[in-house]
Design a protein around this ligand. Sequence first.
Ligand code: 8IG
Length: 270
Amino acid sequence: MTQSPGSVDPLTLAAGAAEAVRRRLRIPSAEVALVLGSGWSEAVAELEVIGRVPLAALPGFHTPAVAGHGGELLAVRITGDRCALVFTGRTHHYEGRGVAAVVHGVRTAAACGVRTVVLTNGSGSLRREWGPGTPVLIRDHINLTGVTPLVGPRFVDMSEAYAGRLRDLARTVDPSLPEGVYVQFPGPQYETPAEVRMAGVLGGDLVGMSTVLETIAARERGLEVLGLSLATNLAAGISQAPLDHREVIAAGQAAAPRLRSLITELLAVL
Ligand code: 8IG
């Protein structure tokens, strides 16, 4: 029987999942994990896949519910004997499985020995100049979900949640990458125009429904985080057009060649 996060201690569940990952993927170790969000599924197309397992076959994982998200864990070769773990989809907070389920991938990666996690997502942009298909480095975040994956006196430092060192490395690969503040809303409904204006007043540049809780869990485990957001639409009220998830998928497809080289070159330098 597959245990669900919540019924056992989350770190014990992650340790068990990591054991299953090592057994199923037959890789000695991985230093980097990559989580593919909306619009990013094509980004690993150039990488050599050396192992794959359905997420649902690993303790504590579920098949992601969102169109455009995959449901596998891949092992890809970076260079020589260096490997990365790639989660082709994620569990979102709005799926209602609880916060521990949302961050189980990050905790499992940490239990596999990963030191660096690359979290990608699709987002709505508050900046007109970051039109659909613009990749943006996440400099900082604002958690508007009202929840946290941490329980108890875990006073984790979040003053550099997204490592400046990794953002600098990303800019060696693509100097044109802008930086912004990502605001996680609970979803699954998109924002009202008033909520988007609020996010802007608070200092946000991008709005989305993921990543922030995973970053918190990653920092608690001591992982360095690189956040990459693909602005797939202008946020509600920035553009007058209604939002449509198909637009998200189309923006990802249009940006695919750029995202492919970005991810391939990035993994080589991380
Ligand atoms: I893709 O405009 C994508 N995800 N909250 N708002 C929120 N999430 C998103 C959006 C958006 N676009």
